[in-house]
Design a protein around this ligand. Structure first.
Ligand code: ZN
Ligand code: ZN
Length: 259
């Protein structure tokens, strides 16, 4: 297992335990059932990720041998190259996430992530394999254009998984700490607004690691009454849509009129 998986597993277990003692939203009684559903989707997406790994590795090898991309062009050293490529890849993640909200066919897959009505750290694992396939394919030309090194990509993924597990968590983070973190990274207060059932709020706070892209591109949004946010898309909310097989079907069906 690479570092992103080890770190991800450690942060997931730690946050899941802490959510039991210090929850922000109270009344989460079926946490294990909820977690197992999100985990089911993560296993399917993870298996697809393993199948796509050779394609990703071949892209890095090709880019390196051909000397393609901005980092090669600028002749950057390992530290400069790592910083620039992590920054640029996070900017790409902002753009890709925004596209997932604005392009209907992408939203069909991404909405599976947003149908979780009880957001916690396991929601960070709730991605449809179709979204994983599309994002992996879309990442390839971007990685070549940046000239990102494989080790820097692994570092980015490691940071990313830690930050997204944290900002999905149902942890009662003290306001002062959240506010401090918000200057640089996306904390729970921002991402909770992104999972709001109100579409104008869902279409905000697209950042993955860094919070400044949302400020820069006018999509930064906060709510004073974070505690009263209702999560989800307003559809696919009933119990029958929450099993892994039904979650897999969501991109291919119409929104049910009865919830
Ligand atoms: Zn989203
Ligand atoms: Zn999310």
């Amino acid at each position: 297992m690479s570092s992103d998986l080890w770190v991800g597993l450690g942060v997931l277990v730690t946050l899941f335990a802490l959510e039991g003692f210090l929850p922000f939203y109270l009344g989460r009684e079926r946490r294990l059932v909820h977690a197992s559903r999100n985990l089911g989707l993560a296993i399917a997406s993870g298996a697809l990720g393993v199948l796509l790994a050779p394609l990703l590795l071949a892209t890095f090898r090709f880019g390196d041998e051909a000397g393609w991309g901005l980092c090669h062009l600028l002749g950057l050293g390992s530290l400069d190259g790592a910083l620039l490529s992590i920054l640029l890849f996070d900017l790409w993640m902002y753009a890709w996430h925004r596209a997932n909200h604005e392009i209907p066919v992408l939203w069909r897959f991404h909405r599976v992530h947003h149908t979780d009505t009880a957001m916690d750290c396991t929601t960070a694992l709730r991605f449809h394999p179709g979204e994983i396939l599309l994002s992996t394919l879309a990442n390839l030309p971007v990685l070549l254009a940046i000239g990102m090194q494989f080790d820097d990509f692994v570092l980015y993924k490691t940071l990313m998984i830690a930050v997204i597990l944290f900002h999905h968590s149902n942890l009662a983070v003290p306001e002062r700490i959240d506010q401090g973190l918000r200057r640089l990274i996306v904390p729970p207060s921002m991402h909770r607004v992104h999972h709001s059932v109100i579409r104008a709020e869902t279409d905000s706070n697209y950042g993955t690691i860094f919070s400044f892209w949302d400020r820069l591109f006018g999509s930064f949004r906060l709510r004073a009454d974070t505690r009263s946010i209702r999560f989800g898309t307003g559809s696919f909310v009933t119990e029958r849509w929450q099993g892994p097989l039904r979650l897999m079907a969501i991109p291919f069906v119409r929104e049910p009129s009865d919830g």
